[in-house]
Design a protein around this ligand. Structure first.
Ligand code: GSH
Length: 213
């Protein structure tokens, strides 16, 4: 049995999408970020970083990082088709997109949502957010251009765990207003991902609404 530690509107959603798609048996334990439960001793024993998500594996060990969790689940449940196999020609592009989203786009979003972690200057917060927003817009524009040529998914016709992560990030729009209006190919990816039955179940569980302009 796997145990996912999750909270509304957090990076746990991408890992949750992959777990549900995989058919793995798992429990979902709410660590309510709005009540600061992720900073409390009980959760810090599970994930000393105090961040979500974390996943307890059947052997009792725990891993964090939503992309690592997604990749591990993809590898352990290959029949779910969440990632191309190691020797598949699309494996490199899959890893590239998964890491790009988690390592470049998501940190820009974190700079927007937690500007006080970038500067200690109270009057510098708006500037940090503005530069983060500009970076996010540039990154979405590149992804949208890629999808226009090579979509509808990041790997073309084939859905993967990278699309689940892309969809989750595309729903975080305070940092990039009107994301779907401005990036129609990203919107098309979001609609296709959101329409998958397993993803829809998790989206509803997490109160992620339908894809709307
Ligand atoms: N790189 C990590 C980022 C995790 C992360 O920053 N999660 C946020 C929620 S989206 C969090 O736990 N924030 C609480 C905090 O940083 O105090 C991942 O992809 O899992």
């Amino acid at each position: 049995m796997y145990t996912l530690y999750w909270s509304h509107n957090s990076a746990s959603i991408a890992a949750h999408y992959c777990l549900e798609e995989s058919g793995a048996k798992y429990d979902a334990v709410l660590i309510d970020m709005s009540k600061e439960q992720h900073k409390q001793a009980d959760y810090l024993k599970i994930n000393p970083a105090g961040k979500l998500p974390a996943l307890k594996l059947p052997d009792g060990s725990v891993i964090s990082e939503c992309a690592a969790i997604s990749l591990l689940i993809a590898d352990r449940f290959p029949q779910a088709g969440l990632s191309p196999a190691a020797d598949d020609p699309k494996r490199g592009a899959f890893l590239m997109w998964l890491f790009h989203l988690n390592n470049t786009l998501q940190p820009a979003m974190l700079r927007f949502y937690y500007p006080d972690r970038i500067t200690t200057e109270a009057n510098g917060l708006a500037g940090v957010q503005a530069s983060a927003q500009a970076e996010i817009e540039k990154l979405w524009a590149r992804i949208d251009a890629h999808l226009a040529k090579n979509g509808p998914f990041l790997l073309g016709e084939r859905f993967s765990a990278a699309d689940a992560l892309c969809f989750m990030l595309s729903t975080w729009q305070d940092c990039c207003p009107d994301t779907y209006k401005r990036f129609p190919h990203l919107k098309r990816l979001a609609e296709k991902v959101r329409a998958r039955p397993a993803i829809a179940r998790v989206a509803e569980f997490n109160h992620v609404g339908p894809v709307a302009a």
